[in-house]
Design a protein around this ligand. Structure first.
Ligand SMILES: Nc1ncnc2c1ncn2[C@@H]1O[C@H](COP(=O)(O)OP(=O)(O)OP(=O)(O)O)[C@@H](O)[C@H]1O
Length: 322
């Protein structure tokens, strides 16, 4: 089965980037040497939305997020983050975004409250009546579940507590937009579960749009309002988990035997196919099995093919062979 790329094309004319979106890219391109890593990415994230950028290793997720954060200069295309081109983002713009880095090792002898107060001071000049910055340290520690560790030395925190602190550091300035780049890589299942709960809590506050990258479909489904699948530097699919599921579950595989001989067919409407099969051949049919590929099937096939370097034309999702 082939599923065409489904993302809505963003307008390509310059100057039409819209501030309803906290992130908007038009024809974003990134090239390292002779290698094209992003090949025209049109991405939009609405205010308040949690978007998962999903893709296999090397798909271009980190490059995308680093361009959006203003840490990497794009090769071409238009980009607006909170209405500003990140390549020209000033301190005020930076104060409006939050970034959760992979665990950092500095400040080991500092206490948790002390660090949050210290970092929070940076954001105070950017406080507005709508958004009072920074978070008070006590409020923030309660939000991320570190109240009991307020006076603990950072070097003594457990792995899970460190991650909570990383999130606290990322959001201390009450960002309008939060970036989480592969936030649960290397986590055990419990730490992953706790982190997911924390992200749910943050998204429930509704004040912060979140862009997270992951190569884990289950994580993307669990955390986000919308999933964008990136591979080979292009957006392959874009929608809610349910929408993507419907898009990819188009063709079912039908296995059966007729007079003892095995058959395999595919059909868009499995029910109609089976009804017809029985109408025509009735008692001759046996061993009937119907399988609809799930989003997971499609995604895993895509990852395998992508990692095996089989994708030369990346304009469509791959065929699923089962
Ligand atoms: N500075 C660089 N110079 C050259 N190539 C790079 C550079 N940074 C990234 N790449 C290459 O660009 C491609 C995309 O990398 P990127 O890190 O953006 O992907 P990713 O989807 O985040 O992957 P992962 O999940 O492994 O982090 C990879 O093939 C990578 O090797």
């Amino acid at each position: 089965m082939v599923v065409s790329a489904t993302h809505e094309a963003a307008p390509r004319d310059a100057g039409r980037l819209d501030t309803e979106f906290v992130i908007e890219t038009v024809d974003l391109r990134m090239r390292y040497g002779a290698k094209d890593v992003l090949c025209g990415v049109d991405l939009r994230v609405k205010r308040g939305e949690v978007l998962a950028l999903l893709g296999p290793n090397g798909a271009g997720k980190t490059s995308t997020i680093e361009i959006l954060e203003g840490f990497r200069l794009r090769s071409a295309g238009e980009v607006k983050v909170l209405g500003i081109d990140p390549a020209n983002g000033d301190e005020q713009w930076r104060s409006r975004i939050g970034i959760v880095l992979q665990s950092w090792r500095d400040h080991g002898t500092w206490q948790v409250r002390e660090l949050l107060n210290h970092l929070g001071r940076y954001y105070a000049p950017y406080s507005t009546t709508d958004r009072v910055r920074p978070y008070r340290a006590d409020e923030l520690m309660e939000l991320v579940g570190l109240t009991k560790q307020a006076t603990a030395r950072i070097g003594r925190l457990s792995g899970g507590q460190r991650r909570r602190l990383d999130v606290a550091v990322g959001i201390v300035g009450k960002p309008e937009l939060l970036f989480l780049d592969e936030p649960t890589v290397g986590f055990d299942p419990q730490a992953r579960q706790e982190f997911h709960e924390l992200v749910h809590q943050l998204s429930g506050l509704g004040e912060t749009s979140i862009l997270l990258t992951t190569h884990d479909l289950a994580e993307a489904e669990k955390l986000s309002d919308r999933i964008v699948i990136l591979a080979g530097g292009r957006i392959m699919a874009d929608g809610t988990a349910a929408e993507l599921g419907r898009q990819v579950a188009g063709q079912a595989e039908i296995k059966y035997s007729r007079n003892g001989q095995s058959h395999v067919d595919t059909a868009d409407d499995a029910t109609a196919f089976v009804r017809q099969l029985f109408a025509e051949h009735g008692d001759e049919i046996g061993d009937l099995e119907v399988h609809k590929p799930s989003l997971e099937d499609i995604y895993m096939t895509m990852v395998r093919e992508f990692e095996a370097g089989q994708w030369t034309d990346t304009s469509t999702l791959p065929e699923v062979t089962q």
